[in-house]
Design a protein around this ligand. Structure first.
Ligand code: FES
Ligand code: FE2
Length: 406
C-alpha cells in the first residue's frame, strides 16, 4: 500500500516535513502514484504549459494537440483569427475527438459515433439524437489559452495564473529576438520513461554538463561555477552594445513574490570566446534574429512557469517543454525557431540547426532514465545538492510548497 493514502493530506504533510533541506527529494515523490495525482491537481493542471508558436497556427482551422498527464487540448486558430483551446473530450461519451497531432480542419469529427464540432467548439451534428436534444449545450469545453509574444501557452484550469506581468516585463527582451515573428523550423518529441520532475531537475542544473555533454560543454560556460562564469563573460559584455543586445536580468521565477502570476525569468550568459552560437562549429546556423546586429558571444535563457524553458541564441531559439504522461513517464518537446522569413536549405539546414540540442537531449534522456532506475532502488536515499544545483533545489522546494497549497 502507498505511504500516502487517499484523502490523507496529513501523510503528505508529514512526508514533506521529513524532507531534509538541501537534499534531493524523498523516494516517494518519484514513485508514489498518489503523490503524482496530487501533483497533477496542484501543480500540473494549475500552471501554463508552452504549446507551440503562433506561426504553427497561422490560418483559421490550423490546429495542434497538446497532451499533458490525463488531459488533452485541441488548440485551433478560429475564423475570427483568435487562438482557442478546447478539451479534446467528446461531449457524447467522452472519446478523444481529435487523434491527429496537428493539421488543418474545417470541423472536428469524433471517431466514435461521429458527432461533429465546429472549429469554434460548438456541436454542429449529432446523428439520431431525439428532438429534445440540445446541441447548443454540448459544445467542446474551453481550456485556458494565452500568448506571450508569439509563444502559445495552455493551462488546464479555468482560473490560470495571470500572464500580464510576463508580457509586460518580457516585451523588450523578447522583442530583441522578435519572438512574435519567428517560425518553427523543427520540432521533436523525446519520450522519457521517468518521473517528470527528474526531467526538469536535470534541465535545471549544469553540474552534469561537463561529464555528460562534451559538445555542449566546449561552448557554454553554464557548467562553470558563478565566479568563473562571470570571469568568462568579459568578451560578451564588451560586444553586447555593438551587437544590439541589451542586458536584462529578470528573476520572477518565485511565485510567492507575485501570487496569481506565472513565474518567469530572463538572463544572459556568455559562451566561450570563439563561439557565436550553439552549433557544431560555433558559427551561425541561421540569420540574425530581430534587432540583433551581430554576435556578442552570448545567449539568453528564459523560463515560463515550471515546465517551459527557452534558450535564445542570436540566430535561433530552442524551446523545451517537459510534461508528465504518467507518474513514471514524461515527454520532452523541443522546438527550434528561426526568423520568420528564413528559408530552409538557403538560410538554414535543419540538421545543422538541431544538431547540438538533439544530441544533448538524447544524452539527457539517458541520464534521466538511469537516475530514475537508481531512485527506485531500496538503496536510494536523498543526497546533498552541490552549489551548482541551486536552481534544481529551488525547483524541488517549489514543488513541495505547491503540493501544500490547497
Ligand atoms: S463519444 Fe464522441 S460521438 Fe460518441
Ligand atoms: Fe543535460
Amino acid at each position: 500500500m502507498s505511504a500516502v493514502m487517499k484523502g490523507e493530506e496529513r501523510s503528505v504533510a508529514e512526508l514533506i516535513a521529513s524532507q531534509k533541506p538541501g537534499y534531493s527529494l524523498n523516494q516517494l515523490f518519484y514513485t508514489d502514484p498518489e503523490i503524482y495525482d496530487l501533483e497533477i491537481k496542484r501543480i500540473v493542471n494549475r500552471n501554463w504549459i508552452l504549446a507551440g508558436h503562433v506561426s504553427q497556427l497561422s490560418e483559421p482551422g490550423d490546429f495542434k494537440v497538446l497532451n499533458v498527464g490525463q488531459e488533452s487540448a485541441i488548440i485551433v486558430r478560429g475564423k475570427d483569427g483568435d487562438l482557442k483551446a478546447f478539451a479534446n473530450v467528446c461531449r457524447h461519451r467522452g472519446s478523444l475527438v481529435c487523434l491527429e497531432k496537428h493539421g488543418h480542419a474545417e470541423k472536428f469529427t469524433c471517431p466514435y459515433h461521429g458527432w461533429m464540432y465546429d472549429i469554434d467548439g460548438s456541436l454542429t451534428a449529432a446523428r439520431n439524437m431525439n428532438d429534445k436534444f440540445d446541441k447548443s449545450s454540448h459544445g467542446l469545453k474551453p481550456v485556458s489559452i494565452g500568448e506571450i509574444h508569439g509563444l502559445i501557452f495552455v493551462c488546464f484550469d479555468e482560473n490560470p495564473p495571470s500572464l500580464e506581468g510576463a508580457i509586460r516585463d518580457l516585451e523588450e527582451p523578447m522583442g530583441m529576438f522578435d519572438f512574435e515573428n519567428l517560425k518553427v523550423a523543427a520540432q521533436k518529441s523525446y519520450a522519457i520513461p521517468a518521473n517528470w520532475k527528474l526531467a526538469i531537475e536535470n534541465y535545471a542544473e549544469c553540474y552534469h554538463c561537463a561529464t555528460a555533454h562534451p559538445e555542449y560543454a566546449q561552448m557554454h560556460t553554464m557548467m562553470l561555477d558563478a565566479e568563473k562564469r562571470e570571469r568568462a563573460s568579459g568578451h560578451m559584455y564588451e560586444r553586447m552594445e555593438a551587437c544590439g543586445v541589451k542586458a536584462f536580468d529578470i528573476d520572477h521565477v518565485d511565485t510567492e513574490a507575485r501570487p496569481g502570476e506565472i513565474g518567469f525569468g530572463y538572463s544572459r550568459t556568455a559562451m566561450f570566446s570563439k563561439y557565436e552560437t550553439g552549433s557544431r562549429d560555433g558559427k551561425p546556423v541561421a540569420p540574425l534574429l530581430g534587432t540583433i546586429t551581430g554576435y556578442d558571444g552570448g545567449h539568453a535563457d528564459l523560463s515560463f512557469g515550471p515546465f517551459s524553458y527557452v534558450l535564445a541564441y542570436n540566430d535561433h531559439v530552442v524551446c523545451y517543454v517537459f510534461t508528465p504522461i504518467d507518474h513514471n513517464n514524461s515527454n520532452c518537446e523541443v522546438y527550434w525557431l528561426v526568423r520568420g522569413d528564413a528559408v530552409e536549405g538557403e538560410d538554414y539546414h535543419e540538421g545543422e540547426l538541431t544538431w547540438l540540442w538533439d544530441i544533448t537531449t538524447q544524452a539527457d534522456k539517458e541520464i534521466i532514465v538511469n537516475n530514475s532506475k537508481g531512485v527506485h532502488s531500496k538503496y536510494y536515499e536523498p543526497g546533498p545538492f552541490s552549489g551548482m544545483e541551486r536552481l534544481e533545489r529551488r525547483f524541488t522546494e517549489w514543488v513541495l510548497q505547491e503540493l501544500q497549497r490547497p
